[in-house]
Write a protein that binds this ligand. Structure first.
Ligand SMILES: [Zn+2]
Length: 400
């Protein structure tokens, strides 16, 4: 019995030894202070953030930062709040003060610089932001820095630097930037077109197609260049290639194509071509161009027939408006009634047809390659959408 008792002690002793060793290495004081001063203000701040009370969150986080002057993470949280509430000067001052602390390690300094660069970017101080982002050689910040630099170059329309940065970003992240790079080349081409350097513009557009063989804008611009030189057949050849890139964009060049066919005295060939496109791709903007041309060239009767056939194929208020217009022009009977109907349809359509950005929802009356609101490329759909017809579809579906 006594022998067994001594054995137990032999087992317990190392356990006590280990516990003592752990206790010596854990700073109880620090644990206690972190669990008292930090969470109170910090979690209060988080609560305000969740309930969207940004001003109160700033107050709570400032309090937490004062209680924990050494916590970089807390400073960064407060800094990002400052940026979000538009108080970029406060964020800048705070991060500049942090940088003056001598006890920061090189890693911590890079982290503060990365935050400061974000402040400058948000404040619109692009030169200073660019300088800081470029100087961040820490690999942890390389990708976010490149993304920020790309944003700066696009905003400042520095396309060559944008191309280099996007290429590097693509290499590092594996995320493709082909569409954007092709657009940057198109922007360079635009500059050359404005300066009337057509050959230089063509070179940039070839680069654009090299970067992204589906770059529709490059073929639109190549065609435009040919028409300014009177080479209509060559222009049509470029525009026709859009069918094999992204046919939904054919509506963008339909009007121009017809003009070039007309300039070559072969309007009929153009009408046949657009009719084929309409039958294959059923694009509303193609229908509008075709309708106007048919009305002008072949008269109201033929235009009405075109609109009627299209309306049977797919219901659309715009086509109904066209049918009523052509009817009003073709018939003399009941002209007033038809005008009244047409007026009603036009009121229903209103100004609602627009291009809606698929990134931010911005409504544009005209097509833009880059969304004016969120700066995304090719984020507007190729065709404007009729808000009315969507509402009608919803009502129809509800009725079922
Ligand atoms: Zn947008």
């Amino acid at each position: 019995m006594t022998v067994e008792f001594e054995y137990w002690w032999l087992l317990v002793l190392p356990l006590f030894f280990t516990l003592g060793w752990i206790a010596a290495r854990v700073d109880i004081k620090q644990l206690l202070s972190e669990s008292t001063t930090l969470p109170a203000a910090y979690f209060k701040g988080l609560n305000f953030l969740i309930s969207d009370q940004h001003d109160k969150a700033v107050e709570a986080f400032s309090e937490a930062v004062q209680a924990n002057t050494d916590s970089l993470e807390l400073h960064f949280a407060l800094g990002s709040l400052f940026r979000r509430t538009g108080e970029t000067d406060r964020a800048i001052n705070m991060h500049l003060n942090l940088l003056e602390k001598k006890e920061l390690t090189p890693n911590q300094k890079s982290a503060v610089k990365a935050e400061l660069a974000q402040d400058y970017l948000k404040a619109g101080l692009f030169d200073r932001a660019e300088e800081l982002f470029k100087g961040l050689d820490d690999t942890r910040y390389r990708q976010p820095a490149l993304r920020a630099l790309l944003e700066i170059y696009v905003r400042e329309r520095e396309w060559i630097q944008a191309i280099d940065t996007a290429t590097e970003l693509e290499r590092l992240s594996g995320v493709p930037f082909r569409r954007e790079i092709a657009q940057y080349y198109c922007e360079l081409a635009m500059n050359e077109i404005i300066a009337q350097n057509h050959d230089a513009a063509r070179k940039q557009l070839a680069f654009a197609l090299d970067a992204n063989k589906n770059c529709v804008r490059a073929n639109v611009l190549l065609g435009d260049l040919e028409t300014t030189e009177g080479a209509h057949q060559a222009a049509i050849t470029h525009w026709k290639r859009i069918e094999f890139q992204q046919p939904e964009y054919l509506g963008l060049v339909a009007g121009k194509m017809l003009k070039s066919y007309r300039a070559m005295d072969s309007l009929n060939e153009g009408l046949v071509q657009l009719n084929t496109y309409l039958e294959t791709y059923k694009l509303p903007s193609l229908m509008s161009v075709l309708y106007e041309a048919t009305l002008a060239e072949e008269g109201a009767e033929k235009a009405a027939r075109l609109a009627r056939n299209e309306l049977i194929r797919q219901p659309s208020l715009t086509t109904l408006d066209q049918l009523l217009q052509a009817r009003a022009m073709a018939d003399d009977v009941n002209n007033q009634d038809i005008q009244l109907m047409q007026q009603t349809v036009r009121n229903a359509i209103g100004n609602r047809a627009a291009y809606h950005c698929n990134q931010c929802g911005f409504r544009a009356k005209q097509y833009h390659w880059q969304c004016p609101a969120c700066n995304a490329w090719e984020s507007l759909p190729a065709e404007p959408s009729e808000a009315v017809s969507r509402e009608m579809t919803i009502k129809k579906n509800n009725a079922k």
